[in-house]
Unconditional design. Structure first.
Length: 278
């Protein structure tokens, strides 16, 4: 979840200095049920066993981490995130073998340490997915389980319009030419990567979640809680306000003026087991 912020924290900001932690738990949880559903679907793919050690990369507010810990009956669960804002709220979930730690998931390189590596809506922020998957599989003990869920909705206007606006003046100049690059691959590519990493069996699927939002304007609230934080941290407050106004101007004509607004959102759900040694 918010550990995605760490993946971009080392990139340069342009214009006046702005806070690096632009994650707002209240804004993120405005669509709590819609964001929770894919995580629960991912959790259902994991096979519970007694005494599991679990790590949740990008734990955010810790709600899904608590559900993972409880439903798997884990002995120990560690939630990692880079956002102090999110971790401050997650602290209320700690206890009974569940703890949280501020740590950059982009640099996660534990070796054969975990029975389950879980991540809900994080890795779309991280680059080089072939190498990333290799590191995540290497963090599993033999026989351990990898469970990842991440958006694959980057062809929707809510995403493409942001990239277009970022290419316009004055935003192009304010961003120093930076534009969001998408690292998410096709589902079959992940299946092939898992195969060559020695993961059998595996389950990889593309799923479309159909969300009913009050109106098309609510799409802007949705992306402000996630995708647009990438732009917010790179722009000063006044320029970001202009960015949002221009984004709204260009986005709304591309969305149906219906109430409720049907918002299709594609996600990839991935589960695999690292083969035990002979």
């Amino acid at each position: 979840m918010a550990a995605r912020a760490a993946a971009i924290s080392s990139l340069p900001c342009y214009g006046p200095r702005v806070p690096t932690d632009t994650w707002d738990p209240a804004r993120y949880e405005r669509f709590r049920d819609e964001r929770l559903a894919p995580g629960l679907d991912l959790l259902a793919l994991i096979e519970p066993h007694p005494g599991l050690r679990v790590v949740d990369l990008g734990c955010g507010t810790g709600e899904i981490t608590r559900l993972v810990h409880t439903r798997l009956g884990a002995r120990e669960t560690l939630g990692l995130d880079s956002s102090p804002n999110m971790l401050a709220k997650a602290a209320a979930q700690a206890g009974g073998g569940l703890r949280f730690e501020e740590r950059d998931a982009a640099a996660f390189d534990d070796r054969e340490a975990w029975d389950v590596v879980f991540s809900n809506a994080l890795i779309q922020w991280l680059p080089d997915h072939p190498r990333l998957l290799a590191r995540l599989v290497a963090a599993l003990v033999p026989g351990g389980q990898l469970a990842l869920q991440f958006p694959a909705n980057f062809t929707h206007p809510s995403q493409t319009v942001a990239v277009e606006v970022a290419g316009e003046p004055p935003f192009h100049e304010a961003l120093g030419g930076w534009r969001r690059e998408f690292s998410v691959l096709e589902p079959e590519v992940y299946a092939g990567l898992l195969h060559h990493l020695g993961c059998h069996p595996q389950h990889v699927r593309l799923q479309v979640y159909g969300h009913l939002l009050p109106n098309r304007e609510a799409v802007i609230d949705w992306v402000r809680g996630t995708f647009l934080t990438d732009y917010e941290r790179r722009l000063d407050a006044a320029t970001y306000a202009r960015f949002l106004a221009r984004y709204r101007e260009r986005l709304l004509p591309r969305l149906a003026a219906e109430e409720p607004y049907f918002f299709p959102f594609k996600r990839i759900l991935l589960w695999a087991r690292r083969q035990a040694r002979p």
